[in-house]
Ligand binder design. Structure first.
Ligand code: UFG
Length: 329
């Protein structure tokens, strides 16, 4: 049976991908340095190695012990705000870390890699919905590091025996239906978890960043996609490469745009709680609107969404937050 290495498998999206891979009878090896991930998020049926992708000796030792056919790469810092304050930390971890990982892949004859990319590579889009061919002009350093890796993958795949798929996620959210794993960050900045924390009284109110956008209600619009739907796309992407697919890039979004106020309203309905809000100025670097076209992933990967209606997203996330009000700690 094939072995898949998931780097960053203790993080939010990584832990959900591991769970789906195991459900699909894959052998999974997780590598994570636990800098932002949580040991408790690592699936008991996966083999775990604690270490850093910037450490080539660690990777080489791992590849000696485990025969790996494909890598799914989630190991990155992902806080947009922090990336603006500490860009070199992001280049070091996200870009240099991937460079070391690719070098180890080449030396150990591993052919396939699935890369966790982001809608942040587009910046402020010129047309909606966003196609993979749209211009890439990131407005923050996080998006710039992900785009740098996409380019590195492109050139590496031309020079070496490597094939890649980059998956550009829109707004990942929700939790596994078991509520055993879910979204937890030591510093939470994302809209949905913050709203739900307010619903369980772990937060007094929610800030609305920007009420003067040129949108239906003045607040920013995003495309929210359930983490389990994202996870399944990784399995399809591995199959695609193994079946001879060429290196490729896919958007993964729900295709529906919801404003910040619409999300708050939907959360009030699901949780039956009043969520107090404070209107604040726009957050730096936030695009007005991001909505994906995921037609390419549907057509080529045969990807479909099962969980990405906003009710399922919010109720699965709410279940997780109620059961784990302090995340994994
Ligand atoms: N927002 C608020 N109040 C908050 C938090 C967020 O109004 O307390 C707003 C933001 O301004 C934005 C929307 O809610 O308009 C969504 O914000 P998130 O922080 O939840 O998500 P982002 O769209 O900023 O970013 C997410 C991921 C990034 C990724 C990006 C790609 O966190 O990693 O989607 O679209 F790059």
């Amino acid at each position: 049976m094939s072995n898949i290495l998931v780097v960053g498998g203790a993080g939010y999206i990584g832990s959900h991908a591991v769970r789906e891979l195991i459900k699909n009878n894959k052998n999974v090896v997780v590598a994570d340095n636990l800098s932002t991930g949580f040991e408790k998020a690592i699936n008991k049926n996966a083999k775990f190695y604690k270490g850093d992708i910037k450490d080539k000796n660690f990777l080489n030792a791992l590849f000696k012990m485990e025969k790996i056919d494909a890598i799914i790469h989630f190991a990155a810092f992902s806080q947009v705000g922090e990336s603006m304050l500490n860009p070199l930390k992001y280049y070091n971890n996200n870009v240099h870390g991937t460079e070391v990982l690719l070098k180890a892949m080449v030396e150990n004859n591993i052919e396939f890699i699935i890369f966790s990319s982001t809608a942040a590579v587009y910046g402020e889009p010129e047309t909606i919905p966003i196609l993979e061919t749209a211009p890439t002009n990131p407005t923050n350093c996080y998006g710039a590091t992900k785009l740098a890796v996409e380019n590195m993958l492109k050139w590496a795949s031309i020079a070496y025996n490597i094939k890649f798929v980059s998956l550009r996620y829109f707004n990942a959210c929700g939790a596994d239906s078991s509520a055993e794993i879910g979204e937890a960050h030591s510093l939470e900045t994302h809209l949905i978890p913050l709203i739900l924390k307010a619903a369980i009284n772990k937060k007094e109110y929610i800030n609305i960043f920007g009420t003067d956008y040129n949108t239906k209600d003045g607040t920013a619009i995003r495309d929210y996609i359930h983490v389990t739907d994202l996870a399944q796309a990784h399995i399809l992407a591995v199959e695609y490469l193994k079946n001879g697919g060429h290196s490729n890039i896919f958007n993964l979004g729900g295709g529906v745009g919801l404003s910040v106020r619409e999300i708050i309203k939907a959360a009030q309905n699901i949780t039956n709680c009043i969520i107090p809000v404070k209107e604040k100025p726009r957050r730096k670097g936030d695009p007005r609107i991001l909505i994906a076209s995921s037609e390419k992933a549907k057509r080529i990967l045969n990807w479909n969404q099962q969980y990405s209606d906003i009710k399922t997203i919010l109720s699965s996330a709410f279940k997780w937050h109620k059961l784990h009000p302090n995340g994994y700690s």
